[in-house]
Write a protein that binds this ligand. Structure first.
Ligand SMILES: CSC[C@H]1O[C@@H](n2cnc3c(O)ncnc32)[C@H](O)[C@@H]1O
Ligand SMILES: [Zn+2]
Length: 430
């Protein structure tokens, strides 16, 4: 196989420490980081003067294809939003809709510096196709809901196994599959126990929504006499391989359970604020040593997939929640969007930091812009002043996905038309 090299020169590199220098990519990996690198026969040289080089951001909870439902049902609580608006529309989804929505979301994520995502939805082979073509990295789960119905339960396991067999470890290893039981209030005990058994058998992770609203806690208490994480623990679902999204309403005992079991969390502050679900006690969870990462949730409840916005929102929300401006500083929230995201997906040895030997998932942020001047503390600027539109260049697995803000693997105009048509078609059926 022919070797492909990319040399990035004169960047401000945000690694174990911040330093000005150069970085060499060989095929899919970072092979050298130095003050100056002399390399022959490189395929591409990027002059990154006035640009900050960071790891690609990791979005640990989203529903890509929901980008087709952006702006469809705003300003509602979760329960009404799902039952009266989103689920009736989702009943008419097909694979073409999900492909178009996922490709649109990939374009939006790449343009805002995300190189890895964790998705739960339907028609996940169509989502895998979009992610493969876009060149992005992703973990995909078919969202399982049985509402206690045995036939539905069987169908959910059948579809999950189909997706595992078709998509797991494809696209040069960029695409992985996990189990996606939707939540403790939409999945029966039998389904959740089955997921634990099958996840152990396949050696795959589990992605679930948990403790998002007060209503969920009340409903689970009424049905099982336990709070959501207590119940999930009692039935044996929790473990180091579980990534739970939201974790807003937590008792002290539940925080202990999460810590003890090594459960990873995905904090989704914009979605939690927009649906008025509540505020996750993130600074307390981090203090306890729990791995808290960052997610956007879908574009129908956010309504954006920009992790730069999410970093700033996460930091500000904790400060106003605790009335303490020192909590969740820029460095901590940057870690949530990078190395904690990687660890939440079990990919911490491959991505999440800029290190020799790691995968070349790299983002260059242009600091030569009024809102990022003066060029001072890069991590502060990234969290508090930048947004996705400041991202200039994106590389994933050593492949150039965006250069000088131009998408390289996706035809942006065609994807926008495709998504407009798919959204109209979906809504005309609903
Ligand atoms: C079964 S596939 C995923 C399922 O989740 C729905 N969804 C999107 N956002 C949320 C959220 O914040 N809480 C709970 N469920 C959510 C989505 O519409 C799909 O039906
Ligand atoms: Zn969600």
């Amino acid at each position: 196989m022919e070797t492909k090299n990319i040399l990035i020169e004169n960047a401000v590199i945000v690694a174990d420490r911040i330093k000005k220098g150069s970085l060499l990519i060989e095929n899919d990996k970072i092979v050298e980081i130095n003050d100056k690198i002399v390399a022959n026969n490189v395929d591409d040289v990027i002059n990154a003067e006035k640009k900050v080089l960071i790891p690609g951001l990791v979005n640990t909870h989203t529903h890509l294809s929901m980008s087709l439902m952006r702006g469809l049902a705003d300003d509602l609580p979760l329960d009404t939003w799902l039952n009266d608006h989103i689920w009736p529309v989702e009943a008419n989804l097909n694979g073409e809709h999900c492909y178009a929505g996922a490709l649109l979301a990939c374009a939006e994520m790449i343009k805002s510096g995300t190189t890895c995502f964790n998705d739960m939805y339907f028609f996940m082979d169509s989502v895998a196709k979009a992610a493969d073509e876009a060149g992005i990295r992703g973990m995909l789960s078919h969202g399982m809901i049985d509402l206690g119905d045995e036939d539905k339960r069987k169908a959910e396991f059948k579809e999950t196994k189909r997706i595992i067999e078709k998509c797991h470890d494809t696209a040069d290893g960029r695409i992985k599959v996990s189990f996606g039981p939707h939540s403790p209030y939409t999945c029966s005990e039998e389904l959740l126990e089955g997921v634990r058994k099958e996840a152990d058998k396949y050696g795959l992770k589990i992605h679930i929504h948990a403790s998002e609203t007060q209503k969920e806690v009340e409903d689970v208490l009424e049905a099982h006499r336990k709070r959501p994480f207590e119940y999930l623990d009692e039935i044996g679902l929790l473990g180091e391989d579980v990534l739970a999204a939201h974790a807003v309403w937590l008792s002290d005992n539940e925080m202990e359970i999460i810590k003890e079991r090594g459960v990873k969390l995905s904090h989704n502050p914009s979605s939690n604020m927009k649906l008025a679900s509540g505020i996750s006690p993130v600074s307390k969870l981090l203090e306890k040593g729990i791995c808290v990462s960052l997610g956007t949730d879908g574009a129908a409840s956010n309504n954006s997939l920009d992790l730069f916005e999410e970093m700033k929102t996460a930091a500000l929300l904790q400060k106003v929640h605790t009335l303490d401006p020192t909590v969740l500083n820029a460095h901590e929230v940057f870690e949530m969007a990078t190395i904690n995201g990687a660890a939440a997906l079990g990919l911490e040895n491959g991505i999440g930091t800029i290190e020799v030997g790691k995968k070349a998932d790299i983002v260059l942020v242009d600091m030569k812009t009024p809102s990022l001047t003066p060029f001072r503390n890069p991590v502060s600027h990234l969290v508090y002043s930048a947004n996705g539109a400041d991202v200039d260049t994106v590389i994933c697995n050593g492949e150039m996905l965006m250069k000088n803000r131009e998408l390289q693997t996706i035809d942006e105009a065609s994807v926008i038309s495709l998504a407009e048509e798919a959204s109209q078609d979906l809504l005309s059926k609903s």
